[in-house]
Design a protein around this ligand. Structure first.
Ligand SMILES: Cc1ncc(COP(=O)(O)O)c(C=O)c1O
Length: 435
């Protein structure tokens, strides 16, 4: 006789392997802590600046779209999976302009552009279409942890490569791939993930010289692997360059549009609420990405694309990028000045010197445990400052142990005065730990 459980609550939910492996993002808890206590200065949240969100320039665009009957119909209807053609051409032209390149020599074409719901969706789709369980992805040590934890949840093994002040170290990438090749594991390596400008979490930009070197290494080992090892270039912070010229994208060096999947977004240089990202991809990858995206949502918000398209053609987008650059440059400078004032002379302390983006990476003496259970975190909360323990930012590489003496400082939310105060409080907390 079959039995029916009377208490269905007792039966477990058949969650997938990926869902079981998806840890809650540690940063969510930190954001909640900051929201619960407004007196706390958050140098933790990866949100963008509230004060500069482009409400003033988006309002008339929305009015114009809706005032024009044809425009309103076009924007309020479903669109195509990849995004409407005029917008994709604008995006392609924008990439060419960023790289100071003529459209006729730039890799790919507007047909190779896919619009997604933020660049996060594109990164996720790339993982889905490129990875089988137990494949290997190579990423920086440290890396953008929201993505690397997603990769782990997909069942990928992450192997990591150190960064120095010029970004990922090519010799170390080469050594890692040579080792995997010697061990007969190269067939498992599917892609290399690089945040090429003002990396989250370190603020480091990959130097121009290393861009070509990484691409050459990927091509070299692709030939040995018998398949292309894709270079996923995440350029989320590209437009937010405050100092000097940003180097050309790795994509611009991908002559035949074969190796580099370039991912960009409007979240950082415009408005994350519009949640619009895009990629310029090798043509054969476009098909796979479109199929996957079709199955998920058959297209991102058409309305948001129309808003951004108009912002690009009217000049409102470019103008807003200028506003953001000035605002963030002041915050990064406030961070660097305050670090200089409060941390100079402490043995074993160093920090990065970003030329853009939202992050500065602070390394403390090895004796200072910055992790959540360590003493510094509690002291910092008592002083009224919140940071992201650097240990969260290291991918889950089974061959390595993450250091516990680093901190990610994010300047998105606080103003320069709060940044200075936050760093002064952090220095107090470090002083308490060092005794
Ligand atoms: C390096 C990097 N890539 C991608 C993203 C995803 O952003 P979005 O999906 O809003 O484009 C972020 C968000 O913080 C990021 O820091």
């Amino acid at each position: 006789m079959t039995t029916t459980p009377t208490d269905t609550q007792a039966l477990s939910l058949p969650l997938s392997r990926a869902a079981k492996h998806a840890d809650e993002q540690p940063i969510s808890e930190l954001i909640k802590m900051a929201l619960d206590d407004p007196a706390l200065i958050s140098l933790a949240a990866g949100l963008v600046d509230f004060e500069t969100l482009p409400g003033q320039s988006v309002a008339p665009i929305i009015r114009d779209i809706l005032a024009d009957p044809a425009g309103a119909k076009a924007a309020l209807q479903y669109g195509t999976t990849e995004g409407f053609a005029v917008f994709r051409q604008q995006l392609y032209d924008h990439l060419c302009a960023l790289d100071d390149a003529q459209t006729d020599v730039y890799p790919g074409s507007a047909d190779d552009v896919v619009v997604t719901t933020g660049s996060q969706q594109l990164l996720n789709i790339l993982a889905e279409v490129l990875l089988d369980a137990d494949d290997i992805v190579i990423a920086g040590w440290p890396s953008y942890f929201v993505y690397t934890s997603t990769l782990t949840a997909y069942g990928a093994t992450i192997r990591s490569v150190d960064l120095d002040e010029h970004g990922m170290v090519p010799e170390k990438l080469d050594r890692l791939l040579a080792g995997l090749s010697a061990a007969g594991q190269l067939h498992r390596v599917k892609f290399l993930y690089v945040v090429s400008y003002h990396q989250n979490p370190t603020g480091i930009t990959l130097s121009a010289e290393r861009r070509q070197q990484l691409l050459d290494i990927v091509k070299h080992y692709s030939a040995k692997a018998g398949h292309r090892i894709v270079l996923v270039e995440d350029a989320a912070y590209r437009e937010l360059t405050y100092q000097g010229e940003a180097p050309p994208s790795i994509k611009s060096m991908d002559d035949n549009n074969q190796y580099v999947a370039l991912c960009q977004t409007f979240s950082k240089p415009f408005a994350p609420g519009l949640k619009t990202g895009y990629g310029l991809l090798p043509s054969d990858l476009v098909e796979a990405v479109k199929l996957s995206k079709g199955g998920r949502d058959f297209g991102s918000s058409n309305f948001n694309m129309h808003i951004i398209s108009r912002a690009m053609s009217s000049g409102a987008f470019a103008q807003h990028v200028g506003v953001l650059k000035r605002a963030y440059a002041a915050k990064i400078q406030a961070t660097l000045d305050a670090l200089e004032e409060h941390f100079t002379g402490i043995d074993g302390v160093s920090w990065t010197d970003p030329t853009g983006g939202l992050y500065v990476w602070l390394t403390l003496p090895e004796a200072v445990d910055t992790s959540r259970p360590g003493p510094l975190f509690g002291h910092a909360i008592k002083q009224g400052v919140l940071f992201v323990p650097g240990v969260y930012c290291y991918p889950n590489d089974p061959t390595r142990t993450a250091p516990t003496n680093t901190i990610r400082l994010a300047v998105g939310v606080p103003n320069p005065k709060q940044v200075r105060e936050g760093i002064a409080r952090l220095a107090q907390a470090v002083g308490q730990v060092l005794g």
